[in-house]
Design a protein around this ligand. Sequence first.
Ligand code: SER
Length: 338
Amino acid sequence: MRTSSVLVTGASGEIGHGLITRLAEDGRSIVTIDVTPLAPALGRLVRREFTGSITDTGLLERILAEFEIDLVFHLAALLSTRAEFTPTSAHEVNVEGTLNLLEFSHHEGESHGRPVVFLYPSSIAAYGLPNLETKMRAKRVREDEWNIPITMYGCNKLYCEHLGRYYACHYKQLAADTTAGRVDFRCVRFPGLISAVTVPSGGTSDYAPEMIHAAARGKAYACFVRPDTRIPLMVMPDAIEALLRLASVPRDRLTKTAYNLTAFSPTAEEICDVVTRAFPRASVTWETDLKRQRIVDSWPAEVDDTAARRDWGFAPRYDFARAFDEYLIPTIRERYSS
Ligand code: SER
């Protein structure tokens, strides 16, 4: 007898970590896929852990045969910096992997007769502003503006938003029996995310979390972007809350395929100021990597999250001050004190 479960891909990653904890608290049966085994404490929370790749369709077929999946959090991806070094592998994981998961979800939906809710984290990397001057003038960028990404990762994310929309609305539209709608695709465009418990790898917004974690450990940090660099950011508890809320909202409330999310947009220098006040042993120097800077400069300084607030009532709990005072500083202190 197959029990209804939630599938989390990229489960060992930063978002997976907190999401699995929350899903387990809600008593959900969780199935995971990741190329890296789960930390033992997380592994104990899941019903079944598959160590493998989303590019392995055989693995997905085994899961399809064994589990009834009604909700997918497809988190697996190669982030923006890493993807620039290996663009074809990025395409394989980020695009072909997502296509595999959409096909998988379509077949799941077909087999149990209900749409599979498919949560997809897209990114501010889906935007591409041509230069800093345009970025400074652009203000709060809406979902349909500046969709001209300059990174492989951004191109992958933007395309997969369209793939998801295709599966949800237009799948095999010329077939005699049209079968669109088996996948209920829902997508957020996350800003840079900061977790107090994990450090990211391979992203270009990583300067913010790297600076905070280095400071807490009393380590010197050479920041790879200019002090005046500004992008939208959000702390991990709000990101997880957003995914869970979007997963549970009635479909007819949703008017968009992809929703901007944001919480605060400090400059790198403003982050440095807060962090060095909290951790006086911290030392930050500025060693701009011009190539990574260009990527961050192509991302908006602020995004317009009106649609998410209006359609599914999302508002982040943590603004800049609360994020540091109530989440990052106390949690990180505790993490490195043992
Ligand atoms: N955090 C991601 C990155 O830097 C952006 O979504 O690649």
